[in-house]
Design a protein around this ligand. Structure first.
Ligand code: ADP
Length: 393
């Protein structure tokens, strides 16, 4: 069974075509700069990387080229071979608690929830429409990034603000990265052969979030009403005192949206280091003794440790702490610095085992009170699996 997994942004479209009998990726690729100049696409197929610069005025052109290429490269011989398409959706509001089959109502809802994800949800809807035009008979499924967090209890998803904000405007915690955290929980349960685990899942990429999971269900997560909240990130501040916003607005004569842009795009690693949002540049800076890089790394580690400690207490007994995404999977140093600060809980790394990048591995020492794992995330596979399961129901 061949299933396509789609992740569309406002100017991009990422895809992977899976053979679900082996869970192997047959071909994957990225269409970039859709609707802007210098657009191009890259395909990864049989170990080769093909890059083509071409006009991509909108998502439907990208979808057409993508399907033509699959036939041209003989990945498939007819479009009917694609038995399902799964779309990643950033926001499902508080309506969607799991993945569902695409219907007109679902597409309308995705557009309706655009207020919560103005850059993403409209693009998802456009992309679904483009696929439905070319593959009118192919079943399609949507996988919401917020769905996994819908099991969070009300006392944890509400903010202590006027209750009417929740009733009238749906102000509450929604979280993000749900598909990744759900993949981590599923993978660790599979590897350990148990589904009654309490897990702290640390998705540390350019965007980052930490989630407390019990028996496969989300109990709490660090991102909030939007992905601004929680730990320090590449360019996002994470949690700050909201009074800073009007204070700096007045000092710099900026609008609220300008300040939000500063908090979204000019903060985090980039804001503190004044050098880069990329943790590899920060690590290089640290080696050269750059004080702002040292400070940025320390602040990042502190913010991660704060959430791990909080969720350790929340879960009561933790079976596994998992590290995933760019930094979590690859940065030996970041993991080391984070776990060093958990020593008071008897949580310890095995320094040699921690010297691992991008593959599933146990990294805790034998005498650690909590097991720790590096778990490469695979949101694309999770989307394809959901799509297959729903189609087969
Ligand atoms: P996102 O999907 O949120 O854009 P990623 O999960 O790709 O982000 O993570 C990007 C981050 O991962 C960057 O800060 C990058 O520096 C970091 N990263 C990727 N590879 C490595 C590596 N080998 N060592 C340290 N950090 C890495």
């Amino acid at each position: 069974m061949k299933i396509m997994s789609i992740n569309a942004g406002s100017s991009s479209l990422k895809f992977s075509l899976f053979d679900m009998t082996t869970e192997e990726v047959l071909i994957s690729g990225l269409f970039e700069r859709i609707g802007i100049e210098a657009s191009c696409y890259t395909l990864k197929y049989k170990g080769d990387k093909i890059k083509v610069e071409t006009d991509l005025p909108d998502h439907s052109v990208a979808v057409k080229i993508l399907l033509e290429k699959l036939i041209e490269l003989e990945v498939i011989s007819t479009l009917e071979e694609i038995e399902g398409v799964g779309h990643r959706i950033v926001h499902g509001g508080d309506k969607y608690t799991e993945s569902v089959m695409v219907t007109d109502e679902v597409v309308d809802d995705i557009i309706r929830f655009s207020d919560f994800a103005p850059l993403h949800n409209p693009a998802h809807a456009i992309c679904i429409k483009a696929f439905r035009e070319v593959l009118p008979k192919t079943p399609m499924v949507v996988v919401f990034d917020t769905a996994f967090h819908q099991t969070i209890e009300k006392s944890r998803f509400l903010y202590p603000v006027p209750y009417s904000w929740y009733e009238n405007y749906h102000v509450r915690k929604y979280g993000a990265h749900g598909t990744s955290h759900r993949y981590i929980a599923t993978k660790v349960a599979e590897e350990l052969g148990r589904d009654d685990l309490s897990i702290i899942s640390c998705h540390l990429g350019n965007g980052g979030s930490i989630t407390a999971i019990k028996n496969g269900k989300c109990v709490d997560t660090s991102m909030g009403f939007t992905p601004h909240a929680g730990i320090m990130m590449g360019t996002r501040s994470g949690d700050i005192d909201v009074s800073i916003v009007p204070y700096v607005m007045e000092k710099e004569g900026k609008s609220a949206s300008e300040i939000m842009n500063d908090l979204n795009k000019k903060s985090g690693f980039l804001g503190i280091s004044e050098l880069s949002s990329d943790s590899r540049d920060i690590e290089d800076g640290i080696k050269e003794g750059n004080e702002k890089c040292i400070l940025a790394e320390e602040m990042f580690v502190n913010s991660v440790v704060k959430y791990i400690a909080q969720y350790y207490v929340l879960l009561g007994k933790v079976d596994a702490i998992c590290f995933t995404a760019g930094i979590g999977e690859n940065s030996v140093d970041a993991r080391l610095e984070i776990v060093e600060k958990l020593a008071c809980l008897g949580i310890k790394l095995d320094i040699e085992k921690n010297n691992v990048r991008g593959k599933f591995a146990k990294i805790s020492s034998d005498d650690s009170t909590v097991e720790m794992y590096v778990v490469p995330t695979n949101e694309e596979l999770m989307i394809a699996k959901d799509t297959m399961d729903i189609i087969n129901k």
